[in-house]
Design a protein around this ligand. Structure first.
Ligand code: UD1
Length: 382
């Protein structure tokens, strides 16, 4: 049996890990022993336990309960806890996902104990090191042994940073292997997309009709914690909702809800609260967000995952950032970068409403990426 330690901590990682857990359960149960560690980076029920329950992921064997803290303190407490667990369990490899502080902590703790790191979602770059995620990704990639890039752009980024696609086995931290594997989130969207239909009554519950609402999310600190940016985004929401008479569904990250009170004027907060077309609500579950994505007319977000899910469900997407790691979406003109600029946000909505020719190529693999990753882990660690 190959002992793998699956490290999760933030909402998107729990969702990503479900693709690997599901594949192991369906096809590799005799080959892998999976041990799940939750760092506790996300601890609110809506950002954590709801996903384990809904996606039927085995409950974490360990929870470090690190909670919120400044970046170094948070990452350091994760590393301390993970070091003990890795020493105790002696896994054959550690799997980390994406670009959060939990990813970085897992990759550093494992590599320093000479335990191979498997990085799922390798190679993505925003080329903006003001984002903590960019630092996390670069550090993690450079201590990994197997690197699975979801996109061709990510694979090329790794080559530019000195990774050699021609490396041959056995793979190690000094002789790593890079793969253009496709995206496990595409696997998930196919699997959960159907299940989400069963939640259909959620749309009625929140008072929207299929195709007649916008879905919007915001959680990045440079949008929530800089008052002018947050104000500009919410003023745009109010204008779009009122001028186009369309509801905007806003499931908010706890940080964003807190920031509204803290960073916006009392008047604007009141306007947001009293505007029936702005449907502000707590974070929703994965099946609920998929249902919203499938049925939205348009999506607006600063989330990395939701940009791609918009593409999976053939929706146009307005991105509240200056740059994105999913460059193929912007090149394809089905996503547009508007930063936090009110005028650009409003213009993008108008431009998109005139855009009739939509093409959503298969940028993210064939929906069988988790199987490919498991197969490569068997080859390397079996
Ligand atoms: C993290 C990831 C980001 C990912 C996002 C998904 C890093 C650096 N960033 O950012 O890449 O897109 O998760 O959600 O790891 N909070 C709560 N309840 C919770 C968790 C957080 O209220 O359950 C609040 C706390 O005030 C905290 C803030 O949210 O300070 C930010 O939490 P943090 O751990 O930094 O993660 P995210 O911002 O969610």
């Amino acid at each position: 049996m190959i002992k793998i330690l699956n490290i999760v901590g933030a909402r998107p990682q729990i969702i990503k890990a479900s693709a690997i857990s599901r594949t192991i359960k369906e096809r590799y149960s005799g080959k892998f022993e999976e041990i799940i560690v939750h760092t506790g980076q996300h601890y609110d029920k809506e950002l954590s336990s709801v996903f384990f329950d809904e996606l039927h992921i085995p409950k974490p064997h360990h929870n470090l309960k690190v909670g919120s803290a400044r970046h170094s303190k948070q990452t350091a407490s994760m590393m301390t806890g993970l070091e003990d667990i890795i020493l105790n369990i002696q896994p054959d490899c550690v799997i980390v996902y994406g670009d959060t502080n939990s990813t970085l902590a897992g990759a550093l703790a494992a590599s320093k104990l000479h335990c191979p790191v498997v990085h799922i979602e390798a190679g993505l770059r925003s080329f903006n090191k003001n984002m903590p995620e960019e630092i996390n990704r670069i550090m993690c990639d450079h201590v990994s042994t197997l690197l699975f890039s979801p996109t061709n752009a990510g694979f090329k980024n790794l080559i530019k940073e000195g990774f050699r696609p021609e490396n041959s086995p056995p793979y190690t931290i000094d002789n790593p292997k890079i793969f253009h594997s496709g995206d496990i989130m595409y696997d998930n969207s196919l699997f959960y997309g159907e299940l989400a239909e069963k939640k259909e009554k959620f749309l009625t519950e929140i008072g929207v009709k299929p195709g007649e609402f916008v879905l919007a999310t915001i959680h990045r600190d440079n949008n929530t914690d800089i008052p002018e940016r947050l104000r500009s985004i919410f003023e745009a929401f109010l204008m779009i909702a009122r001028e186009q008479n369309i509801p905007i569904v806003l499931p908010l990250h706890p940080r964003t809800s807190a920031a509204l009170e803290k960073n916006l004027s009392k008047e604007l907060c009141k306007e947001i609260k009293n505007e029936p077309l702005l449907k502000v609500m707590p974070p929703v579950s994965f099946l609920e967000v998929i249902l919203l994505e499938k049925n939205a007319r348009l999506i607006m977000t600063d989330s990395g995952g939701i940009q791609k899910e918009a593409h999976f469900f053939r929706k146009l997407c307005i991105i509240f950032r200056k740059e994105t790691e999913w460059v193929e979406l912007v090149k394809n003109k089905t996503s547009v970068l508007v930063d936090a600029d009110k005028e650009k946000i409003i213009k993008a909505v108008t431009d998109f409403s005139m855009n009739k020719k939509l093409n959503f190529p298969k940028f993210y693999g064939d929906g069988k990426t988790a199987g490919f990753i498991c197969e490569e882990m068997v080859k390397n660690f079996g």
